[in-house]
Every structure is written in structure tokens, then in C-alpha cells.
Design a protein around this ligand. Structure first.
Ligand SMILES: Cc1cc2nc3c(=O)[nH]c(=O)nc-3n(C[C@H](O)[C@H](O)[C@H](O)COP(=O)(O)OP(=O)(O)OC[C@H]3O[C@@H](n4cnc5c(N)ncnc54)[C@H](O)[C@@H]3O)c2cc1C
Length: 479
């Protein structure tokens, strides 16, 4: 078994297949594992994530994967979500005694950064989502395609501030896209799964260690079955003959063969690895170019003193969307030696920053921090870095699902994994792990030894449990 690509899609398929008894060789072209969710070492010896990654309580398969590789204890979950207005005022959302979908209602009612008209409009739309168990009938048009999230919110008469300070804040970071370009079903799924169907789905999980450390257990899992991870082991292409995958051509000139291959590379890299006539002849591959990418910008700032006490904050009406207090989240290993503090800022759907210089972006973020973290006004910025990921995720645009292929490819022996394959989930770590488990299931089924790895969604609770049809409550893959 050969898996190409050491991101979460490749790692999860490799670990599942090793557990099923296969000897797996994983080939990754970079010097580290993790793909887009990776960390690396700076020249000064400091470990930094390529960008802060968070999970949510509803991400059942990512949680299962971390447990399988012994990393689950390295994720710390937070029940209290803190929001800050540009003038520094804070508001919190957290669960209280009422059953779902009302568990967040008390903190929402008290939330000081929205007024009653905003809250009334939001409550109406949330009730429409909850009563339909996340499947409101007015999402799709008569032509069969879905409307955008913005169009759905306008249909439900949301105030401008409700859109800006509530829907946009949650969805732009969850889906890495602007509301006017998000398929409404993707946006509604986020609210149903994370905020309405269960008490714990909204909890934010943040790693206590650099991302790379979460994958240490993968090597051991493969080695237990005689397999291995090879880094700096790029693949130049697949050898395909008579509709069957026959081997991989490595960048070092060697050829490796196996019974099965999993291509767990990004969607824009896959067609480059296949013979042109295969790409042209198979719509599954030819259509991948229809999936568009959206960007995320991460800003790393090191201050000479403590400027923030909270573990993380979500910003309203600002270019900066999240601030993570890495020093606090990492504890003793926080990179804030000598009383300094390391913060990481995240800006999703960062189209507007694409042409801005590193200095401009840092200056813009510092200006915003002065309002929400007044201590930054007197602090010295010791160091700052900007990481622009122009192809961070695929854009969940209306109709994008039709370009996402199943894990079993039209080439015999070749299976696909990656957040862009058909999982029903958006481009996330959870989506990538789902794809890896689905690829492993497809291979085991092909080999005549079927086995399930995919974990079901959390079962809806409280009133949401009464509204959700049983089949949906137990449903696994799709939203
Ligand atoms: C800046 C940023 C922030 C994000 N934040 C979050 C977040 O907070 N929460 C969340 O859930 N998701 C987040 N995501 C999305 C998440 O990182 C991805 O959805 C997920 O990691 C994708 O995993 P993957 O395995 O599908 O692909 P990738 O991680 O891209 O893995 C593909 C791997 O294939 C390797 N490869 C490519 N070509 C070859 C070749 N020829 N030979 C060998 N190897 C090859 C690559 O080097 C890479 O390691 C974020 C993404 C980015 C970029």
C-alpha cells in the first residue's frame, strides 16, 4: 500500500489501513508531516504553526484520529467564546442549563454587542434551521442549485449588523469564504452541527503543542505493521496502464509499486501526477479545476510584554478575525520568554490582503489591536511575520459539491483522499480525516474485507433530538 501525501487525508487513511493490517508506505515531498496543518522550526529554533488551526466539538472524526495516534490529550477545549468590538468591549457566548437548541440562548440574550432587533432577526433564522434539523426547504432554487448564504440571510430579514457581527464572524472563519460566495447549505450546516443540534458541538479545541507534534503517533502506527513514513519523498507521477495504477514514479528517479495507491495530494496537484490522456478522458479529474481556492492570512506577532490575558478572541467589524494567545495556549513552551508574548492573528477569505505588503498588513493589524488590547499601545513589537496561504481551502461556492469526486477513482487500484473529495464537509481538518477514512473503507471493500472507520455525527440532543429524523441523527458522511 502506498499513500502519497502526508496531510491529514493521507495520514488518516494510512493509519486506518495499518490498523486493518496493511503494510503502508507514506511518501511526503516536504520535510515534515501535516500538509496545510503543519508546523515548522524558525531559524531561532522556535516551533510555529503555518497557521493557527482549531477544531470544534462536532468534529467527530478528527477527534477519533487524534485518539488513534495518541494526540487527543494535546487538544484543549474551551466552552466560552469571547468576542470583542473595535472599542474593546467584550461579549461571551457559552452554554447554560437549557436543552439544545436553547443551550446558548441565555448568553445570547445578554450579549452586549448586538441590539434587540439584531437578536430577534438572528433568533428567527436559527429557529428555521433548528426546526428543519439543518435542512430548510428554502435553500435550493427551483433549478436545483442552492442559493448563497447571503441570499438566504436576506430572505430571513437579517439586520445589517446581525449579518456583520454574527453570521459573518462565524461563517467566514469556519468556511474561509465570504457570505456572498458560500453555498447556503454549507453555512446552515455549520450552525446546525456546531451551535444547535448538541450542547458541546460549538466548543473550540486548540492544540497545546505545535501541530507537527500531533502526528508523531502516525509513524509508530505504521511501523507496528511494518510500514513507514518517508519525508522528502516527492512523487513525480502515477504509472497507469490499461486503466490500472501500476506504480509511482518518484522524484529521485526510482519506481515503487504496490497493490493499492492513495493519492492524498491537493486537488490542483493531482492532475499533474496523472498521464494527460487520463485527465482528459475522465471528467472526475478534468473537472477538478472547477473547484476554486480561497486564501487565509496568518500574522505572527511577538511582543516584549504581556498584552493579552484571554486564550483567544474573535473580533467584530475588523479585518483581523481571530487573535490566539499562543504563549498562554502553549503554556511553558509558549515562545514568550522573558515576559514577552506571542500572538497569532488569523484572517480568512483574505482576498483584500493579497496585494498588500507584509509591513502594511502588520501595521493594519497593530492598529486594530490597539483598540481591543490596549496594552499593545505601550508594548514593543519585537518581531512580526505574515504568512499568506493563497490556496488555503477550496471555496464552498454554490454547486461546488458536484466537482468533488468519490474516494474510489475511475483508475483501478487508485483511491483519492483529501479535504476536496466527496465528504459532505467543507475544507477542514475534519473533512480531510473523513476523506482518509472513506478511502480506507473503499480499499478494504475492494479487497473483500470491508470495515467501517467513519464516525457518525454527534446525535442531536434535547429539542433538537426531537426535531431531527432518526436517520439523520445517526447519519455519517453527509450533511
Ligand atoms: C492557513 C490555514 C488555516 C486553516 N485553518 C483551519 C482550521 O482552523 N481548522 C480546520 O479544520 N481546517 C483549517 N484549515 C484547512 C485544513 O488545514 C485542511 O483542510 C487540511 O489540512 C487538508 O488536509 P489534506 O490532507 O486534504 O491536504 P494537505 O494538508 O494539503 O496535504 C497534502 C499533502 O500532499 C503533499 N504532496 C503534494 N504533492 C506531492 C507529491 N507530488 N508527492 C508527495 N507528496 C505530495 C503535500 O506536501 C501535503 O503534505 C486551514 C488551512 C490553512 C491553509
Amino acid at each position: 500500500m502506498i499513500v502519497i501525501g502526508g496531510g491529514l487525508g493521507g495520514l488518516s487513511s494510512a493509519v486506518a489501513l495499518a490498523e486493518a493490517g496493511f503494510r503502508v508506505r507514506l511518501l511526503e515531498k516536504r520535510p515534515h508531516l501535516g500538509g496545510r496543518a503543519a508546523s515548522y522550526v524558525l531559524p531561532g529554533g522556535e516551533h510555529v504553526d503555518n497557521c493557527q488551526h482549531v477544531t470544534l466539538g462536532c468534529c467527530t472524526n478528527l477527534e477519533d484520529f487524534y485518539r488513534r495516534v495518541g494526540a487527543a490529550d494535546e487538544i484543549r477545549f474551551f466552552d466560552r467564546l469571547l468576542f470583542a468590538a473595535p472599542d474593546g468591549r467584550r461579549g461571551a457566548i457559552e452554554s447554560a442549563g437549557l436543552p439544545p437548541p436553547l443551550h446558548l440562548a441565555a448568553s445570547f440574550a445578554m450579549f452586549p454587542l448586538l441590539d434587540w432587533a439584531d437578536k430577534r432577526s438572528i433568533a428567527g433564522a436559527l429557529i428555521a434551521i433548528a426546526r428543519s434539523a439543518g435542512r430548510p426547504a428554502d435553500v435550493s432554487t427551483s433549478g436545483g442549485t442552492n442559493i448563497t448564504m447571503l441570499a438566504w440571510l436576506q430572505k430571513h430579514r437579517q439586520t445589517d449588523r446581525a449579518i456583520r457581527r454574527f453570521w459573518e464572524v462565524i461563517l467566514v472563519s469556519a468556511l474561509d469564504e465570504e457570505l456572498a460566495r458560500i453555498d447556503a447549505q454549507y453555512g446552515i450546516d455549520v450552525f446546525w452541527k456546531a451551535f444547535l443540534s448538541t450542547r458541546g458541538g460549538y466548543r473550540v479545541g486548540v492544540p497545546r503543542v505545535p501541530l507537527g507534534e500531533l502526528y508523531e503517533g502516525c509513524r509508530r502506527a505504521l511501523a507496528r505493521r511494518g510500514g513507514e513514513v518517508r519525508l522528502r519523498a516527492g512523487v513525480r507521477g502515477f504509472l497507469v496502464a490499461d486503466g490500472r495504477a501500476d506504480g509511482v514514479d518518484r522524484e529521485d528517479g526510482s519506481v515503487e509499486t504496490a497493490d493499492y495507491y492513495v493519492a492524498a495530494v491537493p486537488q490542483d496537484a493531482l492532475p499533474e501526477l496523472l498521464p494527460p490522456e487520463v485527465v482528459e478522458g475522465e471528467p472526475v479529474f478534468a473537472n477538478l479545476g472547477n473547484l476554486k481556492a480561497s486564501p487565509i492570512t496568518g500574522v505572527h506577532l511577538w511582543f516584549n510584554r504581556t498584552v493579552m490575558s484571554e486564550p483567544f478572541l474573535s473580533l467584530l467589524d475588523s479585518t483581523t478575525q481571530w487573535i490566539f494567545n499562543k504563549t498562554r495556549l502553549y503554556g511553558a513552551n509558549g515562545g514568550g520568554e522573558g515576559g514577552g508574548q506571542y500572538l497569532q492573528l488569523v484572517i480568512s477569505a483574505a482576498y483584500g490582503l493579497a496585494s498588500r505588503s507584509r509591513q502594511e498588513i502588520i501595521a493594519l493589524c497593530l492598529e486594530e489591536l490597539r483598540g481591543v488590547l490596549p496594552a499593545t499601545r505601550d508594548a514593543v513589537l519585537v518581531r512580526g511575520t505574515v504568512v499568506k496561504e493563497m490556496s488555503a481551502t477550496f471555496s464552498p461556492a454554490p454547486g461546488s459539491d458536484r466537482w468533488r469526486p468519490a474516494q474510489k477513482s475511475p483508475i483501478s487500484g487508485l483511491f483519492l483522499a483529501g479535504d476536496w473529495t466527496a465528504t459532505g464537509w467543507p475544507s477542514t481538518m475534519e473533512g480531510a480525516v473523513r476523506s482518509g477514512y472513506l478511502a480506507a473503507e473503499a480499499i478494504l471493500s475492494d479487497a473483500g474485507t470491508p470495515r467501517k472507520f467513519l464516525r457518525p455525527d454527534l446525535r442531536p440532543e434535547g429539542l433538537s433530538g426531537l426535531w431531527a429524523p432518526r436517520s439523520k441523527a445517526d447519519g455519517g458522511g453527509s450533511f
